[in-house]
Design a protein around this ligand. Sequence first.
Ligand code: CP
Length: 292
Amino acid sequence: MDHLVSMKQLSVEEMIALLDRAQNFSEYGARELPGKYTVSNLFFEPSTRTKTSFEVAERKLGLDVVPFEAGFSSTIKGETLYDTVKTFEAIGVDALVIRHSDVGYYEQLIGKTKVSIINGGDGAGQHPTQSLLDLFTIREEFGSFEGLNIVIAGDVSHSRVAKSNADALGKLGANVTFLCPEEWAGEYEAKHVWDEEILNSDVIMLLRVQHERHDDKMSFTKKEYHDQFGLTVERAKRMKKDAIIMHPAPFNRGVEIDDDLIESEQSRIFKQMENGVYVRMAVLELILNGRN
Ligand code: CP
């Protein structure tokens, strides 16, 4: 595999192989890659988790990591993404992790650069390594995906996490239901109330309200959204005892999720972040070894 840009490109076998490899990294730690590869992380949108966990994964694999800060790069002088990537190719970088606000930004790059591209999030498009770490966390809990009932609740149409996970979980045999305001359902059918079927799910995956991607002002106050669509402590009491709460983070505390649920017994939110390192090691290894 030369690039990883979307969950749509992965077969079930490829997803499972990546999860197995990530599992191996989680149990036995890192082994340095035999070739000495150079990578960089080009983040043109803000990130805490994806950028830092890629950096940790890269260092654990013994890669050379070239620092890049978009705000102090020639992007500010008008350099295009294409020209930035061709520059990294010229100076000898093997792979780039890129986050960019343009959906499908990678289409202008693939086939035109020898650098491998790993998508760290393209606008409201895809976020494949977030999806893989979510899959890893779900499999760690339940052992498999077949027949699991998974609710994805929140800002569905603006969420690359929702789209990536819907693609992947569907292929893996889970039943995915969406819950959100009517105007945020996008291409999906969605429920608009927390009914018993929703609360009886195995996984409740919450999404951040992405204020930065809303053209119009939200038609709810934060409190109204929380009361109608948020996971409250009262609603969480009606969940199955062995169900888990997930959220890709960052979270709006008290909006899509009650403060007290973030580190509750059923929450796997910080476990998701830990698992992100193992999954990203597996992705980097697969892509870089494929370059030999
Ligand atoms: N989950 C996620 O993508 O977080 P960051 O935006 O902090 O990278």
